[in-house]
Design a protein around this ligand. Sequence first.
Ligand code: HEM
Length: 270
Amino acid sequence: MEGHKPFSGRDYFITLFVALILFVLFSSYLLVRRGYYFDAPPTADMLYVPNKALAGVGMVMLALTFLVGPITRYFDRFDKWLGLRKELGIVGAFFIAAHAIISYAALPKKFPAEWYSFAEAEFAAGLVGIVLLVFLFVISFQKIIGLLGPARWWFLQRWGMRLVILLAVIHVFDMKWAGWVKWLTKAPAAPTLELANPWMPGLGLYVGLFLGWVVLVRLYETLFLFKNIGIVSKEISTDLVLRTRGRRFFLASFALLAAGYFFVTLRWVW
Ligand code: HEM
């Protein structure tokens, strides 16, 4: 049974450092693609671009919490990473909370409050996702873990995170799919004040591909290795055959992800 862990300043430091690096990378990419960062043209809000970077970092951190399990099960040398899941999840949740608050309250030109309909799947999913993240954060305090007991706590964390990821997939793919298909199938649009380099893929496409890959790795593991959906904890690291199959699928699908990145990055070269 996977247990909980006490506060670790070192692990928060590592995780925040990873988040910072991702934030700088994503922000720089968006700056080049859009041609501005805070100083948006009159049709966009000051936080329009920074919000995209926040959402991207938060999403990648949450996807990583979901990926650390398979990585440590298939590759010995990454065992240390297992302990980072809690911090990855909490730091990711804070980025996503900032993204949700900014999206709702600080982007009146792009997304005025009355524009949101929480009856639509894409926003209902986002909203339930945030509520669930707050719930998982609250029950991650030592005292509450003690009250719940480790088995119930483990169950709630496991299924809670699975649901968060599912809701994130609905939120992102429902909102962005049509735009991605259009971008991939039509000639690049002419540059505008809001978008200096339309031939560059949106950050969301890179993040979406990563999220899709992580979900694929977990689905394969659940359906073909664990062969149960995880009502109870099960160990596969000791089963060499399953471990080899998991590793093979992990590496093959990673190659596919890399090919996907290659394809979208060089979309307008061919
Ligand atoms: C678990 C909760 C959530 C996650 C994981 C999440 C994640 C994301 C991600 C990764 C994107 C970027 C998609 C892209 O650039 O292609 C995005 C976009 C967006 N999200 Fe969320 N989000 C969540 C909750 C919310 C909530 C509660 C709201 C609104 C109150 C919201 C409003 C938006 C909006 C308006 C966009 C489009 C931003 C843009 O294109 O500039 N999200 N979200």
